[in-house]
Design a protein around this ligand. Sequence first.
Ligand code: HXC
Length: 260
Amino acid sequence: DTAADATILVDRRDDGVAVITLNRPKALNALNLQVMREVAAALAELEGDASIGCVLLTGSERAFAAGADIKEMAEASYMDMYLPDWFAGWDAVANFRKPIVAAVAGYALGGGCELAMMCDVLIAADTATFGQPEIKLGIIPGMGGSQRLTRAVGKPKAMDLVLTGRNLGAEEAERAGLVSRIVPADDLLEEAGKVAATIAAMSLPTVMIAKESVARAFETTLAEGVRFERRVFHSLFATEDQKEGMAAFIEKRKPNFVGR
Ligand code: HXC
């Protein structure tokens, strides 16, 4: 690629889903600083867009992303990484307030696996390969992998992956609790698109609050998390969508959520 070319494609669909496709095919979607900035900028726009209810993040058939861009980092010094807080821009994905469905085919390694783990629902093709191979490069995961992987799969499996750098196939990843569902590779975009469209058809404030509540479980104690859930649960009774959702149930019809 040349620096001028965009490294992502963004497609705002009329079903309320915005599809972000990582698009550096020659580098197996290696995540360089340009990809990071473009993803962050796209998400900043999508978060404030009331017509978008869910983001679908995907790569190519061969690679979701084969990691951070090794060529970009190879010669960097400690201060080259530390001063600009290299990779901190990816927090834009972790902090995004609407759901992100990751559709993963092929390699999701290193930063690619970490990016997938920042998403909310992780749909894997049967061809997906996950791993944190950084140890083989003399580094460790740097986009939250040592933390999110451990919370997802537990310490023994996380240690196995982070210390040996071995890869996981889709089946093992599902058994370990790393992915939500596995689908045949040919159906990946369609199936993940349906999941994203289902979410986008729900009430937007409810979806955002549901995401925030589940995400809380990663950050706080059970007692605090339950308290948080109770407060935001009550707040949903201030929405028109709660009235509509319950009226629709009672009237035996489909709800028509308006997003407020
Ligand atoms: C830069 C990469 C890359 C990467 C692949 N490429 N991964 N470039 N950074 N992470 C490039 C290759 O250099 C090559 O470019 C082209 O993509 C195709 O890759 P090949 O290796 O030829 O393909 P293949 O033989 O099929 O092997 C696929 C692969 C392998 C197993 C995924 O590419 C690989 O091991 N990649 C690195 C995986 C990795 O270590 N990821 C962690 C990165 S560190 P050319 O120009 O030769 O055609 C990381 C740090 C995270 O993520 C910490 C903070 C984020």
